[in-house]
Design a protein around this ligand. Structure first.
Ligand code: SF4
Length: 196
């Protein structure tokens, strides 16, 4: 069994925290396993739980448009969440749930080996960079953790609730695009950039 198959089976069989009890489907994540850009959100919502895929509901559709706006095809990034099972009523995962599920996230880091990580929302940013992160203060700033650059921004569901935040989110997407270009990752991997 390949490392990826092992990971998917471990998530499928996982009972490390109570969230598996309410899950219709586990949502391990999907995308390009060799992507230099990894995107991490909080946890599956209703549509994701029904389909077993990350970011396929309304917030996911907005994420796809955000990536398209900087000319990144969604299938060329790897997308996953801090927790792989839907928390009841989409509540924020507890510290214990997030800690338990990092077993799988760490394995995803090891397999994908991303150069850049886009962190969607407070939970993803705090669980990945550190508890001191405040999304409204720290979004748009690159952090280096374990040799990997990480950029926190708003979660697309926050943008759906408060469209006024979209202007800042667009600035963050442009910063992401610039960093990919600076690192020489943009054109080689995603094709020539076309002006918006
Ligand atoms: S959320 Fe993660 S740790 Fe908890 S049961 Fe699901 S896969 Fe396991």
């Amino acid at each position: 069994m390949s490392d990826w198959q092992t990971l998917l089976q471990q998530v499928e069989d996982c009972t490390l925290c109570p969230l598996y009890q309410g899950a219709t489907h586990k949502v391990p994540g999907q995308g390009d396993p060799n992507a230099p850009l990894m995107i991490i959100g909080e946890g599956p919502g209703q549509v994701e739980d029904e389909e077993g895929l990350a970011f396929v509901g309304p917030a996911g559709q907005l994420l796809t448009r955000m990536l398209s706006a900087i000319n990144l095809p969604r299938d060329r990034v790897y997308i996953c969440n801090i927790v792989k099972c839907r928390p009841p009523q989409n509540r924020v995962p507890t510290e214990e749930e997030a800690a338990a599920c990092k077993t799988h996230l760490r394995e995803q880091f090891r397999l994908v080996r991303p150069k850049l990580i886009l962190l969607l929302g407070s939970t993803a940013a705090r669980q990945t960079i550190g508890p001191e992160i405040r999304i409204t203060r720290d979004r748009g700033t690159f952090f280096c953790k374990a040799g990997v650059l990480m950029l926190p921004t708003y979660h697309p569901s926050a943008l759906l609730r408060d469209p006024a935040k979209k202007r800042e989110a667009w600035e963050d997407m442009k910063a992401l695009r610039s960093k990919l270009m600076e690192l020489g990752l943009y054109e080689d991997i995603y094709g020539p950039y076309e002006n918006e």
